[in-house]
Design a binder for this molecule. Structure first.
Ligand code: MLT
Length: 245
């Protein structure tokens, strides 16, 4: 008798993320999505040769970690802008060959919090549209485990772009039982799949970035399956390229 396929669940918004540290995630793989822009930036940095990204919750935690990792770059944002004294903001376009071989300490409003909220899961991956094909291949090859997709959101609200990415990943892993949150994400993806960029531009964060003349960053993050890598967060809390499953 073959094992029943493991369920896919989706956490849609920050208030739900707040509850995750108390949830037993030992038997599941968690994937955190912050499409605009935190996890898209992490995947871009790794694709450009960064050694690893340390997601932290606060600016204070970033400076404290910098003391133990003096060679690391400080990156991240508050209100979408680079933090005073930091080396980089949170635009994927800032993470090119300049990050090759470097470690990065990153703090953002939602994305780094989402990753840390599931640090106790069996396995923790950072997801984006950029590497969604590689992510699906990795998850298909992984031993069957509950899959928890965490949509980081924007401030305290759900973010359309994160739920869309979760829905796309579900569409690439057919045949698994879905919770209602997962059904919602899949339905949104089915509705928007013909033009992902248009949906990202319509989203609150997409509009905010465009208002700052940063529509290029939205276009960059809207591309699907253009980076063949999987990013896994280690027990120490560093996101690095995963060894193929
Ligand atoms: C976040 O983590 O909140 C976002 O990535 C913020 C941003 O990039 O503007």
């Amino acid at each position: 008798m073959s094992e029943p396929a493991p369920t896919i669940d989706v956490v849609l918004s920050p208030p739900e993320i707040d509850l995750l540290p108390k949830r037993d995630l030992s038997g599941c793989t968690a994937v955190a999505f912050d499409i605009l822009r935190a996890t898209s930036t992490m995947i871009t940095a790794l694709a450009n040769g960064a050694e690893g990204i340390w997601p932290v919750r606060s600016i204070e935690e970033a400076w404290a970690l910098k003391k133990t990792l003096p060679g690391a770059l400080l990156g991240g944002e508050r209100h979408g802008e680079r933090i005073e004294g930091f080396d980089l903001g949170n635009s994927p376009l800032e993470y090119g060959e300049n990050v090759w071989g470097r470690e990065i300490i990153s703090t953002t409003t939602n994305g780094t919090l989402a990753l840390r909220a599931v640090e106790h899961a069996g396995s923790v991956l950072a997801g984006s549209l950029l590497n969604i094909g590689a992510l699906a291949t990795h998850l298909r090859a992984e031993p069957a485990r509950e899959l928890l997709l965490v949509c980081a959101g924007t401030f305290r609200e759900a973010a359309l772009e994160d739920i869309l990415a979760a829905g796309m990943l579900i569409s690439l892993l057919p045949g698994r039982p879905l919770t209602d949150g997962a059904e919602l994400a899949l339905a949104l993806y089915q509705q928007e799949k013909h033009d992902l960029a248009a949906a990202l531009h319509r989203a609150r964060n997409g509009r905010a970035l465009r208002a700052k003349g940063r529509e290029q960053e939205v276009e960059w993050c809207a591309r699907a399956s253009v980076m063949d890598l999987v990013a896994e967060m280690s027990r120490e809390g560093c996101v690095r390229r995963a060894v193929p499953a």
